[in-house]
Design a protein around this ligand. Structure first.
Ligand SMILES: Cc1ncc(COP(=O)(O)O)c(C=O)c1O
Length: 352
């Protein structure tokens, strides 16, 4: 990775170097789609995906159980996010809630493959296509996941990825990617992320400076070559956790896949009513934990202020945020470490 970075620093342009287009080609191929357009972040990939679909007003249906950037991107382009609650079995958008949110202003649906588990895209596509909605996957946490034997990224009209350092693969900094089979959308997106440029100093769109830097693309190419191997290790780690934790009553484990739907366990998020006490206990034993997320988006202070949301509006997302705890999950985690974490969870639950 370091060698690739140093090599392009010496041989390519810092911006729009050859590594950028190579990374795009390789990422598109990986997702089994025709086009990939790199961006400066997952958030900018989402905004550009919306704008490239001509969405700059109206409403976009998404879920409140996500990182705030998902719905911020909708607001950035001038549209309004409308929330559909999640299915607590998968923590992703409940397809049955879509119809309740659709009206004349609805333009797109933006499901999130939360924690690396694919949303139920067949059902989401069915309801959305009937209403002529653009379908944009927020795959920022799900690089490489499979839904019914198809890669995430190839399931809707457009998909967006983040390469922030905590993700299953990174570009050693901020970065993002938008993928699609629609050549016109890809061409618009490529312009939008590059100042709306038609040629060097001729601009026929109001664009942004949202490009991925060459050195980051070079790192991304190396990371992509390891992604499948790393995801397999994450899946193996999840299997061990499942085996060691499944006998604890009151502890809810993350959704598992099957032979055709394979999550990538960006996070391994358990749920318990005693979340805060379990977190303190694990941390006092040297085990780092996370809460993803402490608040659903609709209860974030700025969303309450802007839209007047109150607690109770999306009860399943709220329940997730009140009970979730992400325990260590990364490819290099050893069976011994997983066993130590699981023992400590057992110890806590037996005395709770
Ligand atoms: C679900 C989801 N959507 C969007 C984003 C935004 O990505 P970025 O941080 O690269 O802008 C993230 C990143 O954390 C995410 O997890």
């Amino acid at each position: 990775m370091e060698l690739a970075a140093v090599d392009v620093l010496r041989t390519e342009r810092f911006v729009s170097g050859e590594s950028v287009s190579r990374f795009e080609e390789e990422f598109a191929k990986y997702c089994s789609v025709d086009h990939a357009v790199s961006t400066s972040s997952g958030t900018s990939a989402l905004s550009i995906a919306l704008l490239a679909s001509n969405i700059y007003c109206g409403e976009v249906i998404t879920t409140p159980a996500s990182f705030i950037a998902t719905s911020n991107a909708v607001l950035h382009v001038g549209a309004v996010p409308k929330f559909a609650d999640i299915d607590l079995a998968t923590y992703t958008m409940d397809p049955e809630k879509i119809a309740l949110r659709v009206n004349d202003k609805t333009r797109a649906v933006l499901p999130v493959h939360l924690y690396g588990h694919p949303a139920d895209m067949d059902a989401i596509n069915d309801s959305s296509r009937k209403k002529n909605l653009v379908i944009i996957e927020d795959a920022c946490q799900a690089h490489g996941a499979f839904y019914k034997n198809r890669r995430v990224g190839s399931l809707g009209d457009i998909a967006c990825f983040s390469f922030y350092p905590s993700k299953n693969m990174t570009v050693a900094g901020d970065g993002g990617m938008l993928v699609t089979n629609d050549g016109k959308v890809a061409a618009r997106a490529a312009k939008l992320r590059d100042c709306g440029r038609k040629s060097k100093y001729v601009h026929d769109m109001i664009g942004y400076t949202s490009r991925l830097n060459t050195v980051n693309a070079a790192v991304g190419r190396v990371q992509l070559s390891y992604l499948d191997k790393w995801n397999e290790k994450r899946r193996r780690n999840a299997e061990i956790y499942h085996r060691l934790l499944s006998d604890i009553s009151g502890l809810i484990l993350p959704p598992e896949g099957d032979w055709e739907t394979r999550p990538v366990y960006h996070l391994y998020t358990i749920r318990t009513k005693n979340r805060d006490r379990l977190k303190t206990w694990l941390e006092s034993n040297g085990i780092q934990c996370g809460v993803n997320y402490t608040l659903p988006i609709h209860l974030q202070p700025i969303y309450k202020k802007m839209f007047g949301f109150k607690k109770g509006a999306y009860p399943r997302s709220e329940e997730l945020c009140e009970t979730c705890l992400s325990i260590p999950m990364y490819p290099e985690l050893t069976a011994k470490e997983i066993s130590f974490v699981s023992d400590k969870v057992h110890e806590f639950c037996e005395n709770a």
